[in-house]
Every structure is written in C-alpha cells, then in structure tokens.
Design a protein around this ligand. Structure first.
Ligand code: 5GP
Length: 188
C-alpha cells in the first residue's frame, strides 16, 4: 500500500491556521490530524486525545529520553510541544495522509526529515496589527502569554519564505478553498 503524505500547517498564533486545518479535516476523507503531545494547560473545550495528548513535564522528558518524538520544541516558555513518531507512523502506514498544526521551527524540521513526502504551508495573517486584534479578542491567554505570542509572531513571519506554500488568510472563505486545493493536489 502507498504510504500517506505529510502536510504541515504553520503560522503565528492567531493567524487562523487551526480553523483551516479543521476545515481540511472536515472536507478531505483521506486525511487525519497528528495529535501532538504538550505540557501546556488544557483550555476549556479541549479534549485529551483529540486536540492534544496533555501530559506532565516529567512524562514529556521521559518521552524525549525514549526517542519517541519526530520533533519537539519549547514553543513558549515552559510549554513543551512534540510530534510523536507513533502518531505519524500509525496514520501514514494506513495509506492516509497526515496534517500537522505545529510551530514554524517544528514544521521546517519535519520538512528536512521527510523531504518531498512533506508539504509545508505557512498561513500568513493580513498584518501583525490584525493578528494582535484577533489574539486579544480570542481572550484565551493571560497578558504575559499574549505578549509572548505577539513577540514570537514577528519572528515567525520572517520564516515564511522557507515554506513550500504561503497562504494568505485575509478572507477566510478564500483561504479555506485554497487549503482544499493545495492539499488535494499534493496527496492525489
Ligand atoms: P497552542 O498552545 O495555541 O495550542 O499552540 C501553540 C503553538 O504550538 C502553535 O503554533 C502550535 O501550532 C504549536 N504546536 C502544537 N503542537 C506542536 C508540536 O507537536 N510541535 C511543535 N513544534 N509545535 C507545536
């Protein structure tokens, strides 16, 4: 059986990447989400084993020592995130492609490992100003965490040119349609 491919969506926090990834999962049957492992607190409405595998810093460190991650990062201060090898292998072995919602560094690391089997997509917000407004109105972070996310966004946007595709998210419906087009074209 032909193995599934890897599609990595990355963007500054608040650029709309998660909405686009969810839309792709709802629209394309031969596609599954790579559930990452994280040490950050669970947000309201999030489900263990669906959004993330929520875990303790101790368990996360043990997984690093056991070489269980394809990549892992301290994305924000004291908040660790990682892609599990088992997650990627399980899905691609079934001939199903896997979509990732991970940070810029993690995305570029996965591309290095998987080459042509992997497509990296950078979701660009219309501007840093609009990104700030979206993050503030989302109201999911403390002031300190919000500042960390905004500071990091500028650095991440400079990395966009290293991605295979840059997808501008100024109009959500257009960006959704483009998402489907890009993925179906890559996995066909
Ligand atoms: P959030 O806390 O908003 O769910 O995610 C924060 C950031 O961590 C987002 O940019 C998200 O894409 C990224 N992220 C989630 N899972 C992983 C992962 O497994 N590896 C890496 N490198 N980043 C991740």
């Amino acid at each position: 059986m032909k193995k599934g491919k890897l599609i990595v969506f990355s963007a500054p926090s608040g650029a709309g990447k998660t909405t686009l990834v969810r839309h792709a999962l709802d629209s394309i049957s031969n596609l599954k989400f790579s559930i990452s492992c994280t040490t950050r607190d669970k947000r309201e409405g999030e489900v263990h084993g669906k959004d993330y595998y929520f875990t303790s810093p101790e368990d996360f460190k043990a997984k690093i020592a056991n070489d269980e991650f394809v990549e892992h990062e301290e994305v924000y201060h004291d908040n660790f995130y990682g892609t599990l090898k088992s997650e990627v292998d399980k899905i691609t072995a079934e001939g199903i492609s896997v979509i990732f919602d991970i940070d810029v560094i993690g995305a570029l690391n996965i591309k290095k490992l998987y080459g042509d089997e992997c497509l990296t997509v950078f979701v660009n917000p219309p501007s840093l100003e609009i990104l700030k407004e979206r993050l503030i109105s989302r109201n999911t972070e403390s002031e300190d965490k919000l500042k960390q996310r905004i500071d990091k966004a500028g650095i991440e946007m400079e990395k966009a040119k290293e991605f295979d595709v840059i997808l501008l998210n100024d109009d959500l419906e257009t960006a959704k349609a483009k998402t489907i087009e890009i993925i179906t074209d890559f996995i066909k």
